[in-house]
Design a protein around this ligand. Structure first.
Ligand code: PLP
Length: 239
């Protein structure tokens, strides 16, 4: 990246960061919420230098969804941040990220849960996870159908090196406001899960990860605690 391009992008990201932060705060207030909404910066395709700039502005949480890209970039990251893994995760890749992330949002099979548990045990830690729900029932998407959620939660809850923190979803593309219905469904699943697992070992349900660049304000209305923002913060991805 040339210096000029980089300087332009830095001021672009600065403006975006403050604008989005204000929108998040306004949406939170409008929803009558007194709890926190975390602004996650989704870093795919974004150079480490720009990611670091977002951290210097106040981003505390980075979302990574490509294992190889994350491994290539993470040593260049600097500042005060934590990393959550949010992308589709193959079981054979878990070992590469287990000591580098503090939460995995994309757990959608017992096989993956078992592998994370095994690697977490080997690393001497407990890994926080979210269960990913395919709320629109789309074939192209990861995540389990809503009907299988309680079964997966019960099975994953048996593992000693996992702590289940909540749910994640990517709803279908919003057509005429259709995403509200999916967010509302997620909110219900989330509160049911919280009620049914309260006080149980392996469960501490406090995280609902939903809402991206195009729909985060609606997601906040329906209780999202982490909004995952990529293009609105960093600009459109070329690939
Ligand atoms: C890319 C990505 C995002 C961010 O998407 P934008 O629409 O660019 O904000 C959020 N969540 C996941 C899982 C992603 O892969």
């Amino acid at each position: 990246m040339t210096e000029k391009l980089s300087a332009d992008r830095i001021s672009f990201v600065t403006d975006n960061y403050f604008r989005i932060s204000e929108k998040i705060e306004n949406a939170r207030i409008k929803a009558g919420r007194s709890d926190e909404v975390n602004f996650m910066a989704v870093t795919k395709t974004v150079p480490a230098e720009i990611v670091n700039h977002s951290v210097s502005l106040g981003v505390k949480l980075l979302g990574e969804n490509r294992v190889q890209e994350f491994l290539d970039k993470h040593e260049q990251y600097s500042g005060d941040y934590s990393v959550h893994f949010i992308g589709g995760l193959q079981t054979n890749k878990v070992k590469y990220i287990i000591d580098k992330v503090s939460m995995i949002h994309s757990v959608d099979s017992i096989k993956l849960a078992a592998e994370i548990d095994k690697r977490a045990a080997a690393a001497g830690r407990v890994m926080d996870i979210l269960l990913e729900v395919n709320i629109g029932g789309e074939e192209s998407k990861n995540g389990i159908p809503a009907e299988q959620l309680s079964e997966l939660a019960a099975e994953a809850g048996e593992y000693r090196n996992l702590r289940i923190r909540g749910l994640m979803t990517i709803p279908p593309v919003d057509i005429n406001g259709s995403s509200e219905r999916y967010f509302e469904k997620m909110q219900r699943l989330y509160s049911d899960l919280r009620d049914s697992t309260r006080g149980k070992e392996s469960f501490l349900i406090d995280t609902l990860s939903m809402g991206m660049s195009g729909d985060f304000e609606k997601a906040i209305y329906y209780g999202s605690t982490i909004v995952r923002i990529g293009s609105l913060l960093f600009g459109y991805r070329q690939y």
